[in-house]
Design a protein around this ligand. Structure first.
Ligand SMILES: Cc1cc2nc3c(=O)[nH]c(=O)nc-3n(C[C@H](O)[C@H](O)[C@H](O)COP(=O)(O)OP(=O)(O)OC[C@H]3O[C@@H](n4cnc5c(N)ncnc54)[C@H](O)[C@@H]3O)c2cc1C
Length: 461
């Protein structure tokens, strides 16, 4: 077959998600000739089936909590929920965002090619649908990841987060396997929308790797929301029974559910498009190995975002994409600093965190820990017993804030601003210097008196 080689580019980006779009726009603005190849929808996971639709569904699910406390403020509410309306409105919003991404690429002068890309070699990309190739100085792989599905009998009967956004109808019950943030967020979304939710996880508590107080507080919040948790258990098999899916658990128990969702992690998209033949080395977990400038083992091929298995978050992919554009096309080599990245879990309660957990901080020497627990003011007129938690972990010797952890309404917004202070190396006395903003929950972070407890020589005192 004769293959036509078309126009040469400075950069061909594979994947128009968070990282790829940012790199493409910036590189084009710096004068590079850029093409972006996307096989699905522009905007990638974040816009189409990640952060954006997820947060919209979180908002939808939280009305239940507002309705619950409404009578204590004198409101009587007779509310009902319509799932197809939410799905349709979500679709309209992500379509609007997708168009804005397309316009952004166009405005910057980057060419968008809707096709599947394969790497032929370090300077050549093949368009699978069009059957032509592009020659380029550099290739940026920003292909993201996809949900991992355990290899068990009946796996095809389960959904993942991809399909969960567009279910034709809400099931009456759902089993979610996974204790990470996607599992927790969908558990609280579905529960808030009236679905009976069971969460099964092989670990001892949700959110492995988070501060223990956040994990336990969240677990209690899930309990309060009526979400059943089954820990230290796996799903072994699924089978269809009428309209239900019957789940066989690792302990031999069987139970039917209206739907089953796997939230068992994500796999980098590195297979089947020529990476290895182009000399791009993969790590044992399948992610692309990169140096601090996001350069792969092939000298003209770079990679950013989830496909590199560093920190799988949108703002990180964006930073990495921007850094590649700066490095290659603005004579300004930038290595992204991954050491202090905040993250949030939009469950119920919401949790957010930045820096070291209490356990991690202990490995750095003596620490002081400041903890506040209280009922959010919003609940004070009702009998809703939910409590918030705010926690600062500081180095005893210098007072440097090593970790900030918040559980409760507005946690993510608070951590976003604590990130500024911590990025500047703030100490406890820097926090104390800030005048409280009252009445807020966040004021607790700047009004702690003595530590709630201390660790000296690794021992709690
Ligand atoms: C349910 C869910 C909720 C999330 N919530 C949050 C959140 O609240 N906050 C947050 O920061 N992050 C969140 N994330 C993570 C976030 O979405 C990702 O970290 C981010 O989208 C990664 O961007 P990326 O550029 O690496 O890849 P992606 O955005 O995944 O983009 C990759 C693109 O490459 C395309 N592609 C793949 N292979 C090819 C090929 N061979 N040819 C052409 N195109 C190809 C894909 O179609 C896709 O559009 C969430 C993720 C999920 C799944």
């Amino acid at each position: 077959m004769r293959v036509a080689v078309t126009e040469a580019y400075d950069l061909v980006v594979i994947g128009a998600g968070s990282g790829g779009v940012r790199a493409a726009r910036m590189a084009a603005k710096y004068g590079a000739r850029v093409a972006v190849v996307e096989e699905f929808r522009v905007g990638g996971t974040c816009v189409i089936r990640g952060c954006v639709p997820k947060k919209l569904y979180v908002y939808a699910s939280r009305f239940k909590d507002l309705f619950d406390v409404a009578p204590s403020f004198g409101w009587q509410v007779d509310a009902s929920f319509d799932w197809p309306t939410l799905v349709a409105n979500k679709e309209r919003e992500i379509t609007r965002l997708e168009a804005a991404y397309v316009a952004g690429l166009d405005g910057a002068g980057a060419e968008l090619i809707r096709d599947r890309a394969e790497i032929v070699d370090g300077n050549t990309v093949r368009l699978v649908g069009a059957g032509r190739t592009l020659s380029t100085r550099y290739i940026l792989v920003a292909t993201g990841g996809h949900p991992f599905i355990p290899d068990i009998p009946g796996r095809e009967l389960a959904i993942t987060s991809n399909a969960a956004f567009d279910l034709r109808a809400l099931p009456s019950s759902i089993l979610i396997e996974g204790g990470g943030y996607v599992g927790v967020e969908f558990a609280t979304i579905f529960a808030g929308l009236g679905v009976a939710v069971t969460l099964v996880y092989r670990g001892t508590c949700v959110l492995r790797g988070f501060d223990e107080d956040l994990r336990q507080g969240l677990d209690a919040g899930l309990e309060a929301r009526g979400i059943r948790r089954i820990y230290e258990t796996n799903v072994d098999a699924l089978r269809r029974q009428g309209s239900d899916v019957v789940v066989s658990f690792g302990d031999g128990v069987e139970a039917p559910f209206g739907a089953v969702m796997f939230a068992t992690g994500r796999t980098p998209n590195t297979e089947g498009f020529g990476l290895e033949q182009a000399g791009v080395r993969l790590r044992p977990d399948g992610a692309i190995e990169v140096d601090k400038f996001s350069k792969t083992s092939a000298p003209t091929i770079y990679a950013v975002g989830d496909v590199t298995g560093r920190t799988a978050l949108t703002p990180v992919a964006i930073r990495e994409g921007a850094a590649v554009a700066e490095t290659l096309f603005n004579d300004n080599p930038i290595a992204v600093d991954h050491s202090l990245i905040g993250s949030a879990v939009f469950g119920e309660p919401e949790v957010a965190t930045i820096g070291l957990t209490e356990d991690e901080a202990l490995t750095h020497g003596d620490i002081d820990v400041y903890v506040a627990r209280f009922r959010p003011m919003m609940n004070s007129l009702s009998n809703n017993p939910a409590r918030m938690m705010l926690k600062l972990v500081t180095l005893a010797e210098t007072g440097k804030v090593l970790g900030t952890h918040v559980l409760g309404p507005g946690a993510a917004e608070m951590i976003q601003l604590a990130a500024v202070a911590m990025g500047m190396g703030a100490t406890k006395s820097d926090f104390d210097r800030a005048v409280a903003l009252h009445p807020t929950a966040g004021e607790e972070l700047v009004t702690f008196k003595g530590p709630s407890y201390r660790y000296r020589g690794g021992v709690k005192v």
